[in-house]
Design a protein. Structure first.
Length: 202
């Protein structure tokens, strides 16, 4: 297990070092430019490093989106989902990215105003209006996706295939535990609500 934690830390550090080289011209030898909390000698700081790196990547890709495609991160997520998954509802986008419904609604409205998506006449199985990309939206998506893939390949260039697979496996294990805990919490809330309802009826 320690080997998995260490691999995750090394993978994160390498990805971060690649990011620093690209944007700040810093050398790859050592990780002296990392946050002073990065190498705290405790496995429980791994989630901190994951969140820190995710925020950094999100900020940089958001800048790229704004500069290259005049899109916000929320707009890109909605457009990418619709173009990848096909005709979709706003609720499905919310569920896919675990984001607030109001954020998705604003993104969908802006994409529709920009003629990148259109609201279809069809409804899904839950009677929700579906969204589809326009030709212009598909073109923007394809160009933007290619640029994002090039960026992701660039920051992962220091990981060989085995390290990438190990990193994927480690993240999957963490995600499963996070999902397990929130599912258990949801069950507890439902149970408490059910008991409360029964008491109020008596």
């Amino acid at each position: 297990m320690f080997r998995l934690w260490r691999a995750a830390g090394v993978a994160l550090a390498r990805a971060y070092a690649a990011f620093r080289r690209r944007y700040f011209g810093e050398q790859a030898s050592g990780f002296m430019t990392l946050s002073n909390t990065w190498f705290l000698s405790n496995p429980y700081f791994i989630p901190h490093r994951l969140m820190l790196l995710a925020r950094m990547i999100d900020r940089e890709t958001s800048r790229d989106l704004q500069g290259d495609s005049n899109l916000t991160a929320a707009e890109w997520r909605a457009l990418a989902y619709i173009c990848t998954m096909g005709s979709s509802s706003a609720a499905q986008i919310c569920e896919a990215f675990e984001v607030d419904r109001a954020e998705v609604s604003r993104a969908v409205a802006r994409l529709a105003d920009a003629k990148l998506i259109q609201r279809g006449q069809e409804r899904d199985r839950e009677n929700r209006l579906t969204l589809t990309p326009t030709a212009a939206g598909t073109a923007v998506h394809d160009v933007t996706r290619a640029k994002r893939r090039a960026y992701f390949d660039w920051i992962l260039q220091d990981l060989d295939p085995a390290e990438r697979q190990l990193f994927e496996d480690v993240m999957a294990r963490i995600a499963q535990r996070v999902d397990q805990r929130r599912s258990e919490r949801s069950d507890e809330v439902e149970t408490e609500q059910s008991v409360s309802d029964q008491v109020s009826v008596r």
